[in-house]
Ligand binder design. Structure first.
Ligand code: SIN
Length: 585
């Protein structure tokens, strides 16, 4: 088998991976592996913006940003990490601008900023314009800019290489096993440092804003290597996905003045969040939409969605600030948003949980903070945790940029001071992968993978979505455990080596069932309502028992072992604003 060496292997070419690559390049030899062309990475789908207390539009401060982030997280975010992110945000935006990101501007030339859900001034007093943007293509322009910068700095790209496993020597990580999609050949990538930046996992739900590629591969690989996943029960449903399709309609539409209406034409968010209304955090807005639908006030003949009304905005404003969603709405639903409201419904959007890391992206093995030598994670695959139980809109791009850069810096330090030569690869580094591929190719009588994947998406959508209860979650745990066996035995009919997408989807499905089981187990265990985790049978937040992060480990035989670790409340020790309290908007 071919063995290739680079000092640093970065898996995933979204914003977190590319920001880390830009940091490492020029100092060490960095390679980025991606199962897609980098410019197809899902970061490019982020529309509305990136938050930073620049204060270009309204008076603002990083401390208010941190307060909103902690409150938005329903107090589960680690407060020191939040402070790190919010303090670094203004610098990160200026840096992006200098790298070439074409941000939208105010007339006086400064970077424009717009309101987004949950972002307020003066500790919740009123919405603040904090989100920097490039029309509604912010992720797209950031991705292009960082890709160009990576190429300029000599980063080596391996496009369409899908990573299947980590290489381990004793407890350290020293490479990855990948398959080249074009040829089907396995390649060992040997390295001194490995960073996973593989993004999210929304594809386990039927309705999602996530791209086809978002199958949580990094999470599955971590679980297979004995590394736990943190806070997996917290899965964000974005309030405004296009009806029946789930395609994202940015929160910026509400930031620019759009309002949500039920089937009776009522502006229902006035009842659920009287002070900031349609700009409440996403968990609250998604729950409110479902409550309207369940109480019979949905829109359309089926009364199964609500309406996003932009008709009060001028056609020029929609075309100038929201061109992408104008075209999505016209193309997919035949609705001109300047004339008619857009039919929308909540859509699975973002994973608050992931691989536990410290603020430098180092992967943490357990609740005593032990690091995995040579291993980093950043972006949506990681859990720093700055989003806790619910992420604020536009804090995601910020997380990618801030913690991608920090991981890159930490890797540079590690290569200069801690790990001066690569640890030799263990013999048989690719054995597990080879055995899995043979099993999938040889299982003659299993089911087609699409049937197993559809069943998984139905279970997650019906029982592990916005509203949850013990019965649904326990049923989901049992059914997903059965799906693990069915997924292992699926039938792969395609025998070719060239772009064998059936085999690769079969491998992705193994990851999907494993992390979905972690989501369902963690949701069943958490007997309270917090952020995006809303239990009908435990409707209150319970800080006395549940102000804790969850940890899920995959054990032999596919079972999940559940653990916990404490939440960092360091800001609350000095500032009353950060002490957990009732979350009202
Ligand atoms: C949006 O524009 O609403 C999505 C961006 C995000 O999830 O922060």
């Amino acid at each position: 088998m071919q063995v290739l060496y680079h000092d640093v292997i970065i898996v995933g070419a979204g914003l977190a991976g590319l920001r880390a690559a830009v940091e490492v390049a020029g100092k060490h030899d960095a390679a980025v592996l991606s199962k897609l062309h980098p410019l197809r990475s899902h970061s490019g789908a982020a529309q509305g913006g990136i938050s930073a207390a620049l204060g270009n539009a309204d008076k603002d401060s990083p401390e208010w940003h941190a307060y909103d982030t902690v409150k938005g997280s329903d107090y589960l975010a680690d407060q020191y990490a939040v402070q790190v992110m919010c303090n670094d945000a203004p610098r990160a935006i200026i840096e992006l601008e200098h790298l070439g990101v074409p941000f939208s501007r105010f007339d006086d030339g400064r970077i424009a900023q717009r309101p987004f859900g949950g972002h307020t001034r003066n500790y919740g007093e009123a919405p603040v314009r904090r989100t920097c943007y490039a029309a509604d293509r912010t992720g797209h322009v950031c991705l292009h800019t960082l890709y160009e910068q990576s190429l300029r700095k000599g980063v080596r790209f391996y496009d369409e290489f899908q990573v299947l496993d980590l290489c381990r020597s004793e407890d350290a990580v020293n490479g990855v096993v990948a398959v080249e999609l074009k040829t089907g050949r396995l390649v060992l990538f040997h390295a001194r440092a490995v960073l996973l930046a593989t993004g999210g996992y929304g594809k386990a739900w039927r309705t999602t804003s996530n791209a086809f590629a978002n199958t949580g591969d990094g999470l599955g690989i971590a679980l297979n290597n004995g590394i736990p996943l943190e806070d997996m029960e917290f899965v964000q449903f974005h309030p405004t996905g296009l009806y029946q399709l789930g395609i994202l309609i940015t929160e910026a539409a509400r930031g620019e003045g759009g309002v949500l209406r039920n089937g009776l034409g009522e502006r229902f968010m006035e009842r659920y969040a009287p002070s900031i209304k349609d700009l409440a955090p996403r968990d609250i807005v998604s729950r409110s939409i479902y409550s309207e639908i369940m109480e019979g006030r949905g829109a359309g003949p089926m009364k199964d969605h609500v309406l996003l009304d932009l008709t009060a905005l001028s056609r020029e404003k929609i075309a100038g600030k929201l061109p992408e969603i104008e075209s999505f709405s016209k193309i997919y639903l035949g609705v001109d948003p300047a004339v008619k409201p857009i039919p929308v419904q909540p859509t699975c959007h973002y994973a608050m949980g992931g691989i536990p890391t410290d603020v430098n992206g180092r992967v943490i093995m357990n609740d005593d903070g032990a690091e995995v030598y040579g291993f980093w994670a950043a972006g949506e695959v990681a859990c720093v945790s700055v989003h806790g139980a619910n992420r604020l809109g536009s804090n995601s791009l910020l997380d990618l940029i801030v913690f991608g850069r920090r991981a890159g810096k930490d890797i540079n330090r590690f290569l200069d001071r801690e790990c001066l030569s690569p640890l030799p690869l263990a013999t048989g580094s690719a054995d597990k992968v080879r055995a899995m591929i043979s099993r999938l190719r040889e299982s003659g009588d299993g089911e087609p993978l699409a049937r197993v994947r559809n069943d998984l998406q139905s279970i997650m959508m019906d029982n592990v979505s916005v509203f949850r209860d013990e019965e649904g979650l326990s049923g989901a745990v049992e059914q997903i455990a059965a799906l693990q066996k069915r997924a292992e035995a699926i039938r792969v009919l395609d025998r070719s080596s060239t772009f064998n997408t059936e085999l690769l989807e079969a491998i992705e499905l193994q990851h999907m069932v494993n992390y979905s089981l972690a989501v369902a187990v963690a949701a069943r265990e958490r007997k309270e309502t917090r952020g995006a985790h809303s239990r009908d049978d435990y409707p209150e937040r319970d800080d006395a028992n549940w102000l804790k992060h969850s940890l899920c480990y995959l054990e032999e035989g596919g079972r999940i072992r559940y653990g916990q670790k404490s939440v960092d409340l360091s800001l609350a020790e000095t500032k009353a604003e950060f002490v957990p309290k009732e979350r009202k908007y």
